[in-house]
Design a protein around this ligand. Structure first.
Ligand code: ADP
Length: 497
């Protein structure tokens, strides 16, 4: 728990010295062309630092370093139990540097410091630790062949993995990718979002301190359409793993097709249905509906953005949700009592406000919020916003807003709820609230989503996979299923006759 006061966090942040260079082959370095881009604190629109703006030349350098380290094999051939020890040390270093990492995360992308410090950073350490602990416990297979044959089915690291990551949980989601990639012996080039690069840059230093060999983890800050694209088109990248928007995800598939058919694993958008039946524990469901939608300013791919409510309880339940949502109050992210921070930047704030304006015009009823929140004169804050009487055909029910906006939709029965829930391009998460075991199972089977939660929203831990159906992506992060993305399966057929 953060025991620091608002004042202490502010003083700490004022004296923080921020590393903002790329990390290639074991060294921090400027971008090859010397370019830098502004890193702005979205809570006050002030310049934090200027970050190295990498491009295709840096991508070549980082991929070459990754390839060389992979061929050299120090990391790839290291005994799993030794790789485990290095990664456990990295997890410990993340914990030991939690204050700095949490401050960087909050300054960079606006989330509340209490969440950076208590959730994101320990969560990141937990991901690294879990994959480290797993990796010396995974066995290969011997196939049940005829007697004069031994057929081994083994998993090998895939080679050079490029990870392109988002800004909403910057370090945590980067760890979802790099922890299993490193645990399985790959070399990695991490391209964090240009909107939140600082913790990924810092992680490189900690990885080196932990004993990750030079070239095995490289970090390239910069823009998606430049260095991100260069990695996605690179002929020496074996796998591309991504979390971000569906539009970019589709582009990455094209880049892979245009280059070396690298494996592409995508975790993209969501428009997740949270379905509440009249027989549910409505107080608990209302609290979860609010936090499922407004946690992290709604900047969550799996946010509960479509609340489907059974007609018989519609008005009373909506009233409960509005009440529960009022506890989310935008405030200065560095204040430990703040539970809703700034959106990632002013451009995104404008985009969210535009979508709210469109929803009003389309006939949805604005029941809460709807405006920029004036916490600071220039900060990118938006009030928690709820639209009721939303039709699932409206843009506000179909497009990902990635901000604090909930659409409440009415349904008449189970079949109707399923029809609305599945009527979406996305299929990331879904929840059902009911006291009926039969209904819970029936609904869970019919929902087209990678995760279904019954009587909770977005609970889980490292033991369960996470990812999407349909245009929410492919492949899974977390759990042993994540290892599929970072390994090739090899059959070795040995004739003993
Ligand atoms: P958002 O719109 O929420 O920022 P994006 O999908 O644009 O989501 O960003 C997620 C990640 O994808 C970021 O690291 C970004 O730099 C990267 N990215 C964006 N466009 C491209 C692209 N054309 N090629 C490769 N990476 C990209």
């Amino acid at each position: 728990m953060t025991t620091w006061t608002y004042q202490q966090w502010r003083e700490y942040c004022e004296q923080l010295s921020i590393e903002s260079r790329a990390f290639i082959n074991g060294q921090y370095c400027d971008a090859s062309l010397g370019l830098r881009f502004d890193c702005i604190n979205p809570a006050n629109n002030q310049l934090l630092c200027q970050i190295a703006e990498c491009d295709s030349i840096d991508a070549d350098a980082a991929v070459n370093a990754a390839r060389d380290s992979f061929e050299l094999g120090h990391w790839r051939t290291m005994a799993p139990k030794k790789r485990k020890q290095v990664l456990l040390k990295l997890a410990d270093l993340v914990d030991q540097n939690a204050t700095e990492l949490a401050a960087l995360e909050t300054l960079d992308m606006g989330k509340p410091i209490s969440e950076s410090f208590n959730v994101d950073i320990p969560g990141s350490a937990d991901v690294i630790r879990w994959h480290a602990e797993a990796i010396d416990k995974v066995y290969d297979e011997v196939a049940p062949t005829q007697d004069d044959v031994v057929a081994m089915i083994t998993r090998e690291p895939i080679g050079v993995v490029a990870a392109i990551t988002p800004w909403n949980f910057p370090l945590w989601l980067a760890c979802w990718k790099i922890a299993p990639a490193l645990a399985t012996g790959n070399s990695v080039v991490l391209k964090p979002s240009e909107k939140a690069s600082l913790t990924s840059i810092k992680l490189a230093e900690l990885a080196q301190q932990a004993g990750i060999p030079d070239g095995v983890l490289n970090v390239l800050p910069g823009f998606g359409h430049k260095v991100g694209k260069a990695l996605a088109l690179h002929n020496d990248v074996d796998a591309l793993v991504f979390t971000g928007s569906t539009a970019t995800a589709k582009q990455l598939l094209i880049y892979a097709g245009e280059s070396n058919m690298k494996r592409v694993w995508l975790e993209a958008g969501g428009k997740n249905p949270n379905i509440v039946f009249a027989d549910a524990d409505l107080d608990k469901a209302a609290q979860a509906a609010a936090s499922g939608c407004f946690y992290n300013q709604g900047e969550v791919c799996v946010a509960a953005t479509r609340l489907l409510v059974e007609s018989s309880i519609y008005d009373s339940f909506v009233a409960k949700v509005i009440e529960a949502s009022k506890r989310f109050r935008p405030g200065d992210p560095l204040d430990p009592s703040t539970n809703m921070g700034a959106l990632v930047d002013q451009a995104h704030q404008c985009g969210v406000l535009d979508k709210i304006a469109t929803a009003k015009v389309s006939g949805a009823h604005l029941a809460l919020g709807g405006n920029a929140a004036l916490c600071t004169e220039t900060g990118a804050f938006v009030e928690p916003t709820i639209f009721t009487e939303v039709d699932n055909a409206m843009a506000i029910a179909r497009q990902e807003v990635f901000g604090p906006v909930m659409s409440v939709i009415r349904f008449e029965n189970e079949q109707h709820a399923i029809q609305i829930a599945n009527d979406s391009d996305y299929g990331l998460g879904a929840a059902v609230w009911t006291a009926s075991l039969k209904r819970a199972h029936t609904m869970a089977k019919k929902l087209r989503a990678g995760s279904v939660w019954i009587n909770n929203y977005n609970d889980g831990d490292m033991t369960v996979p996470f990812g999407g159906f349909k245009q929410s992506g492919n492949g899974r992060d977390k759990s042993l299923h994540a290892l599929d993305k970072y390994t090739e399966v090899k059959t070795t057929w040995i004739d003993l006759s």
